[in-house]
Design a protein around this ligand. Structure first.
Ligand SMILES: *[C@@H]1O[C@H](CO)[C@@H](O)[C@H](O)[C@H]1NC(C)=O
Ligand SMILES: *[C@@H]1O[C@H](CO)[C@@H](O)[C@H](O)[C@H]1NC(C)=O
Ligand SMILES: *[C@@H]1O[C@H](CO)[C@@H](O)[C@H](O)[C@H]1NC(C)=O
Ligand SMILES: *[C@@H]1O[C@H](CO)[C@@H](O)[C@H](O)[C@H]1NC(C)=O
Ligand SMILES: *[C@@H]1O[C@H](CO)[C@@H](O)[C@H](O)[C@H]1NC(C)=O
Length: 445
């Protein structure tokens, strides 16, 4: 190692089971190419849906600021679901205004931290899961009057309460699931087109997102194709394309982004930003899987928000299961520590690739002469390798020795307090051909 070389390579291993050295075989290799920067790190995945307590219509300050700012939180998504007020269709104006108040409180808390706020229209309507086929939906019997009155009221309240800064209007959540939309797809698509036109006309400078489908895009999705055809034909393309990536069965952005783009081009839709406005199944909410999702989001420049599996008042708390509390004192869990490390990955993002089986992934940044890498598997417990090339960018010779500091992120469940990652210390790794390969392998339980 050159004497003048002051950098340390930080490899961060997200693993519950620990670091396995001298393992017998590898299930695959993820790569990091230090020579290729791919834009500034902006913490695209430090976000969650709901997760802030309600305080009437005001900012809620129960969660200490550091728990929000240390992870560089930058977006929330809410609309007053799962509270006593049932929403517009079941409670009329009174049922609606309770949900609006909750939304406004969450909006103000989000804005206090400079975050964007994605507003869930379906929750204010009162379709927050399982309201059933007997509940009214926009456009029933071909009558759109109620929906127009509702959107008019909502937009008036948004303007009256100065909620336009950082606002995104999300047209409907998971419309292909009967629990959120117990009507035909045709009726949904017509709703989407009509609601987009109304919101565009009423709030001309506000961003619109959609279709926020539960299933990630795939080439054979007839519903997505019907939506695309209609928004294309009616000039109602959203400002942000959105969907959910929840569970291994929905694959991952490495696969779903190219398929979305193929369909997008077939329907002559423009290239626009993406939001994955819910990510990770419950059993995928742990440090290793979160690294996996963060790596995918960062690679494809997608803003991503953690799904929130809390119900009732728990939905409106705990920042999407990153923190918990005993009595009234909040504390971080093991995943929060991972997000805190991620928030410290400043500077430029580096080109990476997942293992060929797409079950192991890495995210990496470079700042001055320090490279940070986080790595995690998608639920599987198998050994994998990381290959890091382009070490000469750090002023290193073609072969030599590099310092690697490793941390492990433990997980004690969503309510288990974890106050720091485990520092596994600094070790020298020999490398050659400008590439540090197989410095260790990781797995998780
Ligand atoms: C709720 O809002 C009020 C009014 O702004 C404020 O005085 C109070 O501290 C807030 N409560 C919490 C828990 O944030
Ligand atoms: C909503 O908030 C307003 C303003 O604070 C308040 O007057 C009203 O009672 C609240 N309504 C409900 C149902 O929470
Ligand atoms: C359409 O819905 C509105 C609001 O619910 C109602 O007042 C009106 O009578 C309905 N129109 C028809 C033709 O049924
Ligand atoms: C516009 O949207 C309506 C409602 O979904 C649909 O019936 C119609 O086919 C669309 N028009 C075009 C040109 O795609
Ligand atoms: C929580 O409060 C109760 C009652 O004041 C007390 O007995 C208990 O020790 C507290 N728990 C913790 C973990 O501080």
């Amino acid at each position: 190692m050159k004497q003048s070389f002051a950098a340390t390579l930080f490899f961060v291993v997200s693993a519950l089971g620990g670091v396995v050295k001298d393992k017998p075989s590898s299930s695959g290799t993820a790569t990091v190419n230090i020579a290729k920067s791919v834009g500034e790190a902006t913490f695209l995945g430090s976000n969650f849906i709901y997760g802030f307590p309600d305080n009437g219509t005001e900012v809620d300050t129960s969660i200490p600021d550091y728990l929000v700012t240390d992870i560089k939180f930058n977006a929330c998504r809410a609309g007053g679901a799962q509270i006593e007020a049932p929403g517009w269709t079941k409670g009329g104006y009174e049922g609606y205004i309770g949900r609006f108040n909750s939304t406004l409180s969450n909006y103000r808390t989000t804005r206090k931290y400079g975050g964007d706020f994605i507003l869930l229209i379906h929750d204010l309507w009162g379709a927050d899961g399982g309201s059933g086929a007997l509940s009214p939906y926009p456009g029933d019997h071909g009558n759109w009057t109620e929906m127009e009155t509702f959107l008019g009221q909502l937009m008036d309240d948004i303007k009256a309460n100065d909620m336009l800064g950082g606002l995104v209007m999300d047209i409907w959540n998971e419309p292909e699931l009967e629990i959120f939309w117990a009507r035909s797809w045709t009726q949904y698509v017509e709703y989407y087109v009509r609601a987009s036109k109304i919101v565009r006309a009423g709030l001309p400078d506000t961003l619109i997102s959609g279709p926020s489908m539960a299933h990630s895009p795939s080439l054979d999705s007839e519903k997505l194709k019907a939506w695309m055809a209609s928004v294309s034909g009616n000039d109602t393309v959203p400002d942000i394309y959105s969907w959910h990536q929840i569970g291994v069965w929905e694959r991952q952005l490495d696969t779903t982004i190219p398929e979305f783009d193929t369909l997008r081009e077939q329907y002559n839709l423009p290239d626009r930003p993406f939001d994955v406005n819910e990510y990770a199944w419950t059993s995928e909410q742990n440090p290793a899987n979160s690294v996996y999702y963060l790596a995918q989001c960062e690679r494809h420049n997608v803003r991503c928000l953690r799904a929130n599996w809390g119900g009732g008042s728990d939905l409106h708390n705990y920042m999407g299961n990153l923190i918990y509390k005993t009595n009234s004192t909040y504390y971080p869990n093991g995943e929060w520590q991972l997000y805190k490390y991620y928030a410290g990955m400043v500077g430029n993002r580096i080109e990476t690739s997942a293992s060929s089986d797409l079950l192991f992934d890495v995210f990496a940044t470079i700042s001055e002469n320090t490279v940070k890498v986080i790595a995690g598997t998608r639920t599987v417990q198998e050994p994998y390798e990381i290959s890091i090339s382009g070490l000469n960018v750090l002023g290193l010779p073609t072969s030599g020795v590099v310092n690697v500091r490793t941390y492990r992120f433990d997980w004690e469940g969503s309510q288990g307090e974890v106050n720091a990652p485990v520092d596994l210390g600094c070790a020298e790794h020999t490398y050659s051909e400008d590439t540090a390969s197989n410095p260790f392998s990781v797995f998780r339980t």
